[in-house]
Design a protein around this ligand. Structure first.
Ligand code: GDP
Length: 139
């Protein structure tokens, strides 16, 4: 039976620290199926659009600058209860508060360079997946 989907990015810190392989392994081991994936580099403009919901927050400029500082891996993942299960897998936004064994606890260094993005709702998972992938790029 088809599960629900979530959207993720392996952020520039985790890519530049060579954690792509280990992170994808953890994602697969947790039961997620990859429905679409690309290695790309956000421009400041595209990072600003993706994170527009945060534009009034004090950290917005730092977030845009960090997310456009290097390549990322974007992916659509499928699993029953994908959004909540994936947020459990990545752990708290602040890696110092992330549970042991979560991806952020293992691979993130700080709240801004926190290794992973995970959608916060089914609705945003669709919007975010559509931001990166056309119909032809999904399976
Ligand atoms: P998430 O859903 O766990 O990614 O967290 P949020 O939606 O609240 O924030 C989006 C992203 O903004 C986070 O993943 C962080 O990269 C960044 N961020 C959140 N809070 C802070 C902060 O206090 N300072 C900085 N520099 N970045 C933050």
């Amino acid at each position: 039976m088809a599960g629900s989907v979530t959207f993720t990015m392996i952020k520039p810190d985790a890519v530049s620290n060579n954690h792509i392989g280990a992170i994808l392994q953890k994602i697969n081991e947790a039961g997620f199926t990859i429905r679409a994936m690309k290695y790309t580099h956000l421009t400041p403009e595209s990072a600003g659009k993706f994170y527009a919901i945060h534009k009034e927050r004090g950290f917005f400029n730092d977030l845009v600058s960090f997310m456009s500082s290097g390549p990322i891996v974007a992916a659509i993942l499928e699993k029953d209860n994908a959004v909540a299960d994936f947020r459990d897998l990545i752990g708290a936004t602040d890696p110092t508060k992330a549970a042991p064994g979560t991806i952020r606890a293992m691979f993130a260094k700080s709240i801004d360079a926190n290794a992973m993005h995970g959608s916060d709702s089914d609705e945003n998972a669709i919007i975010e997946g559509n931001f990166f992938f056309s119909e032809l790029e999904r399976f």
